[in-house]
Design a protein around this ligand. Structure first.
Ligand code: ACO
Length: 312
């Protein structure tokens, strides 16, 4: 398709590395893609509180509880920065919420897996936040100004999350044989779902080409997945744990690990809503929304009264 002069000028700005700001002209597809991606990202942060929130009351020590609580609160903050950033594109937060609750918008597949043991808090921090950082560090250079600025702060906090997860894994892996076994079991269950976080393989990624041209995405799904495997395998070795992939081998020629792809049928089932915890997660979000109605109503009533007082 031929670009219009406006579209061409826009593409040239993106190519030059300029940031696009909220009130500036942008193609409708750019706006829509950003709302989809940033909205999904925000939803992931919010839904992502649930699997870890599950363990706050059962953390093994007061220190671990305080750390986990802070981390889960950070995720709420990330969701809020991202909703605010998405609102600059002309979508309301209520609309985004409605689409999450109706299933019209997605959130990351990873949060549809259960957290069964304390070691899962380690695996989630290490692998899930590790994968999130791998994807989000390049997004600090994304073309949309508010998104890129939100990413800078989020990445700082995510790297603390990743370290706290790895610290839990070290403790468990160096603990009793039972603790080490729990750490191994958590790695076994979270490895492939973490690889799925990067999205389908490039040949099945419908949005990558256009999103990369617009610098909404900076890398392909497979590039980031490979980078994650390359960085994570030595970390597993250091823990004395085994990545659950018998085909995993260092490829001298490529300078990368060769590894087994996740089960893509499972991935597509999970993003269609049929994962192990989809119903539970969405149910919890809908319930929180409904139970928060009195608070939103109160806030609105107060804002209206305050405005009326100012006008009088
Ligand atoms: N979970 C759920 N849905 C996914 C996932 C995933 N892990 N990966 C891809 N999809 C969906 C896409 O949203 C798209 O569906 P849609 O058209 O209905 O929106 C479809 O699968 C095809 O995938 P792609 O064409 O590759 O989609 P896209 O270009 O959006 O790439 C990616 C997916 C890499 C996740 C991208 O959206 C992205 O970088 N998002 C920002 C980061 C993010 O959202 N992180 C959240 C998890 S980390 C955390 O919050 C702790």
């Amino acid at each position: 398709e031929e670009m219009t002069p406006e579209e061409r000028a826009f593409q040239e700005r993106v190519d030059r590395g300029e940031k696009i700001e909220p009130k500036e002209w942008m193609p409708e597809g750019y706006r829509k893609t950003l709302i989809r991606q940033m909205g999904q990202h925000a939803h992931s942060e919010i839904v992502g509180q649930l699997p870890e929130g599950n363990w706050i009351t059962r953390a093994p020590t007061l220190e671990r509880k305080a750390i986990l609580l802070a981390k889960v609160q950070d995720e709420a903050g990330h969701g809020l920065y991202l909703y605010s950033a998405a609102e600059t594109l002309g979508v309301s937060r209520d609309e985004l919420m409605e689409k999450l609750h109706s299933g019209a918008m997605k959130y990351s597949s990873i949060f549809n897996y259960p957290t069964l043991t304390w070691a899962d808090m380690g695996a989630v921090g290490w692998l899930v936040d590790g994968a999130a950082i791998m994807n989000q560090v390049p997004l600090q250079r994304t073309s949309y100004g508010p998104y890129s600025r939100a990413m800078i702060r989020i990445c700082k906090e995510e790297s603390f999350h990743q370290r706290q997860g790895y610290a839990i894994m070290m403790k468990m892996a160096q603990g009793t044989p039972e603790q080490k076994e729990m750490a191994q079991d958590a790695l076994n269950r979270f490895w492939y779902p973490s690889l799925m976080m990067f999205g389908p393989s490039d040949k099945d990624s419908v949005h990558s080409a256009q999103s990369m041209a617009w610098k909404i995405k900076m890398n392909t799904n497979d590039e980031l997945r490979q980078k994650f495997v390359d960085e994570t395998v030595p970390q597993a070795t250091y823990l004395g744990l085994t990545v659950p992939d018998e085909t995993l081998t260092w490829n001298e020629e490529r300078g990368h690990y060769d590894f087994a792809e996740p089960d893509w049928d499972e991935f597509f089932e999970v993003i269609k809503g049929n994962g192990p915890c989809n119903e539970e997660r969405l149910g919890a979000r809908r319930e929180a929304w409904d139970k928060g109605a009195w608070f939103r109503d109160g806030l609105t009533a107060y804002a209206e009264k305050a405005a009326a007082r100012r006008a009088a």
